[in-house]
Design a protein around this ligand. Structure first.
Ligand SMILES: CSC[C@H]1O[C@@H](n2cnc3c(O)ncnc32)[C@H](O)[C@@H]1O
Ligand SMILES: [Zn+2]
Length: 434
């Protein structure tokens, strides 16, 4: 009897696997991997000790959130309805300057709690004090792609310290938490990082053989400033600095020309599309259908809870499926299955983790279960449509990462939910001086 093997019987599985998109049947997990998924009973059924009744659940791959700043959950609702630069300079950065290790710990814990409970199993995080973030990931059972984001608007000596910190973090934590943590190198953005600073991150990424991530072309003002300062738009500027010579992905990419889209495709640069944040900060709407048509890997990010204002990736899926229809006037540009792909297979492609994003034998057992009895999942016309247009993170009941259950019946098993809420509230009160 193999005790690490267990079996979900009689479930409905939305797999994201083109060979069998919806399976009404069974899935076997062995250790951290999916061992079998199919309509027939598993061949070794009699050897599997643990069985779960899946008949009242809809199973799907865990969602992958490819851009965010988890600790900023502490600033949810602190400043709304501002444009990006005012929001950053007048509200976020002054508050973040007061953040301590404890603020990052509890802000990140709050975010991880929210993400896990709403079905996200992997998240990308760019922030400061990243050891705190990594420890929360380690404890929570979640998967994290982590990087020390660096703003270079500071003296060269401080820039060198930030680079050294980013390198140390990347070395210390890559592959940690049984392989659930992956690290990258991340200069914040072309408008906050002088060219030589970006080049030093590119060099470090080469030396460490790590991918890179940055914000890019989020607003029209950013593009214009880049042209004024460097004579180039952000895409050509980052390309010249060598950033795209690394495996890389950019957040936002809202303001792109046809030529820039072609260059991103040629260089294999992926894009994290953050529709809610881009709408809320009035940055615009990224040209996602054109990016996809050009062959660019596109995924979804929430950005932080301070510009979203939640971390429910189902909201981003729905938004992505809706806004591109509205902007283009063409209801066929983003069909439901493609919107769902952005948050699953697209996320896996963006972070270059081909073992994630689908329910398929041999892949990692990162998956979620939604309550199939909810009225908005009836009638049973088209489950993919229901997941995109009708579902929300509140439907998620159970979550597994690496084959380990981390949410059961809507409750996080490895985190103290009550304590996190209380500590996060106390952190905010202290930061706000209330
Ligand atoms: C250096 S740590 C990350 C840094 O990013 C800031 N940030 C949050 N949201 C955005 C956004 O939409 N565009 C650019 N920068 C953003 C955050 O305040 C942190 O300082
Ligand atoms: Zn961001």
């Amino acid at each position: 009897m193999n005790m690490s093997k267990w079996w979900i019987e009689n479930g409905t599985f939305v797999t994201m696997d083109e060979a069998q998109p919806v399976v009404r049947g069974h899935m076997v997990v062995d250790g951290d991997r999916i061992a079998y998924i199919g309509e027939e009973r598993p061949q070794d059924a009699d050897d599997i000790a643990v069985r779960i009744d899946g008949s009242r659940r809809i199973y799907m791959p865990g969602l992958i959130n490819t851009h965010g700043h988890a600790a900023m959950s502490l600033l949810r609702g602190y400043s709304d309805d501002e444009a990006l630069q005012t929001w950053l300079q007048d509200y976020m950065w002054p508050m973040e300057a007061k953040f301590t290790d404890a603020d990052v710990k509890w802000g990140t814990s709050l975010a991880v709690l929210e993400m896990l409970k709403s079905g996200t199993t992997t998240f990308v995080d760019m922030y400061d004090r990243m050891d705190q973030v990594a420890r929360v990931v380690e404890q929570s059972g979640m998967r994290g792609v982590l990087m020390r984001g660096a703003i270079g608007l500071c003296p060269e000596e401080v820039q060198r310290e930030k680079l050294a910190e980013a390198v140390q973090f990347a070395k210390d934590w890559n592959g940690a938490a049984d392989g659930r943590i992956m690290t990258m190198m991340s200069p914040h953005a072309p408008y906050t990082c002088p060219p030589a600073f970006i080049e030093s991150f590119v060099q470090a990424a080469h030396d460490l053989d790590l991918p890179m991530h940055t914000h890019m072309s989020e607003t029209q003002a950013e593009v214009e400033q880049n042209v004024r300062e460097y004579g180039l738009r952000p895409v050509a500027h980052l390309d010249r600095l060598g950033l795209f010579s690394r495996p890389s992905f950019v957040a936002h990419a809202v303001h792109l020309t046809d030529e820039e889209i072609a260059l991103l495709a040629e260089r294999g640069v992926a894009v994290s599309h953050n529709p809610a944040s881009n709408l809320k900060l009035a940055s615009g709407v990224a040209r996602v259908p054109e990016l996809l048509k050009a062959g660019v890997a596109v995924s979804l990010g929430t950005d932080s809870a301070a510009s979203n204002n939640n971390l429910d990736l189902f909201d981003e899926i729905r938004l992505a499926a809706l806004i591109h229809k509205g902007v283009s006037g063409d209801p066929t540009v983003m069909p439901a299955h493609q919107a769902l792909q952005l948050a699953t297979l697209g996320g896996a492609a963006t972070i270059r983790q081909p073992e994630l994003g689908a329910l398929q034998a041999g892949l990692k057992a990162d998956f979620i279960a939604l309550d199939a009895d909810q009225p908005h999942f009836y009638p049973r016309t088209d489950l993919v449509s229901h997941l995109v247009y009708a579902a929300s993170g509140r439907d998620v009941r159970d979550v597994w990462v690496d084959g380990r259950q981390v949410v059961q019946g809507g409750v996080c098993l490895l985190l103290d939910e009550e304590k996190i809420l209380a500590e996060a509230e106390a952190c905010y009160r202290r930061l706000a001086g209330a």
